[in-house]
Design a protein around this ligand. Structure first.
Ligand code: KG4
Ligand code: ZN
Length: 332
């Protein structure tokens, strides 16, 4: 079979990234230009600044991605760009750039869902991973428990009713003065603490999530108890949110009789969450997957991989493509 090369373009939030991926699973290049240092001083992503920086970075990042892969644009079989969900101005930079490249070079355009990209990051790290499996997408913008029935067949089993899990990490970190982005900072601090503070967890009849109760409790404790041990607070926060996601993932695994769980999204880089899920291999005979750290947070290799599965399933787009900031996973 002929090899298929996809150029992936990601610009949904604060990373400008372009990648070349072969046959959906082999990364030839994955150039990521992060704006984190630019947004750090504002304590979060400023949409206007993000768009402007994407515009400045995108052509150089693309050039570099093709150079590192040692390939030319004309050798690409398709251009896969993130068209949602995300910040509209940021998304539009990648979408417009991808449309222009596609038009100028007559290469098919593929519109790819960012969340499906996070799922596909697992296909790159784990060449043996095939649907069906459960995927827990835990990122700054999303918390979804999804049944991956096939490469393009998804069923959302549960989602957050309030904050995304990464948002809760970032807000807690901001309040306890750790800075932005909070996830990696809480991860580090929690290692020095003990999860000895009880926090209120919310469980629903179905598989939905809620993290605002845990977040608010941590913030209140911090304000009311000035000498509280921050490391213990961080460790207790991590334990509380992890108990909730493990509970829901196991409930889904039992009812669907699936023993494979993949983690995805920025928060799946968290070392405590990874270790708690890995324990399930022994205690519950589960098979646990998660992407290598660089593929957990936003990157274009995952967009090229998800785009590959769109492309080989005949899902292509045209120049009418627009960004969809609140795009959902297409359920089947
Ligand atoms: O997937 P991502 O790059 O962007 C979205 O699509 O939202 O995720 C970013 C989120 C941020 O909330 C960040 O704090 C969190 O992932 N994050 C982590 C860790 N690394 C990144 N959260 C917990 N522990 C980490 N090690
Ligand atoms: Zn993301």
């Amino acid at each position: 079979m002929k090899d298929i090369y996809i150029l992936g373009i990601e610009s949904s939030c604060d990373e400008t990234s372009v990648a070349v991926v072969k046959n959906g699973r082999e990364v030839l290049s994955n150039v990521i230009s992060s704006q984190i240092p630019i947004h750090e001083k504002f304590g979060g992503v400023v949409p206007e600044i993000a768009s402007r920086n994407h515009v400045e970075a995108i052509s150089n990042v693309t050039k570099k991605a093709l150079e590192e892969a040692n390939m030319k644009l004309e050798q690409m079989d398709a251009i896969s760009c993130t068209y949602g969900p995300g910040l509209v101005g940021a998304l539009l930079v990648g979408v417009s750039y991808a449309k222009a490249l596609s038009y100028a070079s007559n290469i098919p355009l593929v519109a790819t869902n960012h969340i499906e990209g996070h799922i596909a990051a697992n296909y790159i790290t784990h060449k043996d991973l095939k649907p069906p499996f459960l995927c827990l997408i835990i990122s700054g913008g999303h918390t979804h428990l999804v049944h991956i029935k096939d490469y393009k067949e998804f069923e959302i089993l549960g989602k957050t009713r309030d904050d995304a899990i990464g948002e809760a990490f970032d807000k807690v970190a901001r309040v306890i003065d750790l800075g932005y982005p909070g996830g990696p900072k809480i991860d580090k601090l929690a290692k020095e603490g003990t999860p000895n503070i009880k926090l209120p967890q919310t469980y629903f009849e179905n598989l939905d999530f809620s993290f605002s109760g845990i977040k608010t409790a941590v913030i209140n404790l911090h304000h009311k108890t000035p000498d509280i041990n921050k490391a213990d607070l961080a460790a207790s926060f991590e334990k509380a949110v992890t108990d909730v996601i493990i509970n829901n993932a196991l409930k889904a695994a039992e009812s669907l009789k699936i023993n494979t769980i993949a983690l995805a999204g920025g928060v799946s880089a968290n070392s405590y969450i990874r270790s708690r899920f890995l324990e399930l291999e022994q205690t519950h005979k589960m098979k646990i997957y998660y992407p290598e750290p660089i593929l957990c947070t936003d990157n274009a290799a995952m967009i090229a991989s998800a785009g590959y599965y769109n492309f080989i399933n005949g899902i292509t787009s045209n120049l009418e493509l627009n960004a969809i900031p609140n795009l959902k996973i297409s359920e089947k």
